[in-house]
Each structure stands twice: as structure tokens, then as C-alpha cells.
Ligand binder design. Structure first.
Ligand code: MG
Length: 121
């Protein structure tokens, strides 16, 4: 199963992909929302989870989430927001838009692993 890791920071993507792969999933890098949507077009059926940064140039995390929710092919794929935008209103917006969960930076690899296990069981 593929887990798409969407973040404009290469360092952050590497940290998150390491956690994903330590759990036995295939981590796929996406650099922003546009890149995520391109990857979904090509291999959406193999994607079990999207870990989505909020702040990115171009199509940001919440915009990409809204686009996924409008597309019947991608609506069922769980999305987990990872962001420094930890204010309550932002968390609420992400969950209302359809995110399955939310993790604020900075986080430990253990915290992220626990959240991924919660979602993928
Ligand atoms: Mg970012």
C-alpha cells in the first residue's frame, strides 16, 4: 500500500517517509498539492493514506484536500493533516473538509507512527 507524503520541505518528507516505511508501507514523495493530485491521477487506486502538509506554495494542503473531496475517485482515501497551523479554527476547518486527523509540528516519530496505525489499523 502506498502512503503519499506531501510537504514542500525535503527534510520533513524524509522524516515522515522513514516513519511510513518503518511501518511497512511504501512512502511516495509529493512536493505540493499539485504534485499530489498528479500522483493520484496515476496511482490513486493503490493509495491507502495521504499525509498532507498545510503550508505549501502553489496548491496548499487544504485546497488539495477540498479537491480530493470533490472527486469520487479520491474522496474515500483517508487524509491526515500535518502542519504548524495548530490553531483550533484551522484544525476544525481541516476536519470539516474531510481530514481524518491532524498532527501539529513539531511531532516525534513515535507520535506520527501511532496516528498512522490508528488510521490504517
Ligand atoms: Mg510546508
Amino acid at each position: 500500500m502506498k502512503v503519499i507524503v506531501v510537504d514542500d520541505s525535503l527534510v520533513m518528507r524524509k522524516i515522515i517517509v522513514n516513519v511510513v516505511e518503518s511501518l511497512g508501507y511504501e512512502g511516495v514523495h509529493a512536493t505540493n498539492g499539485k504534485n499530489l493530485l498528479e500522483i493520484l491521477e496515476h496511482c490513486g487506486g493503490e493509495v491507502g493514506l495521504v499525509l498532507l502538509d498545510w503550508n505549501m506554495p502553489g496548491i496548499n494542503g487544504i485546497e488539495a484536500l477540498k479537491t480530493m473531496q470533490k472527486d469520487s475517485r479520491f474522496r474515500a482515501i483517508p487524509v491526515f493533516m500535518i502542519s504548524t497551523e495548530s490553531e483550533d479554527a484551522k484544525v476544525g476547518e481541516a476536519l470539516k473538509t474531510g481530514a481524518k486527523g491532524y498532527l501539529a509540528k513539531p511531532f516525534t516519530p513515535e507520535e506520527l507512527a501511532a496516528k498512522i496505525k490508528d488510521i490504517l489499523g
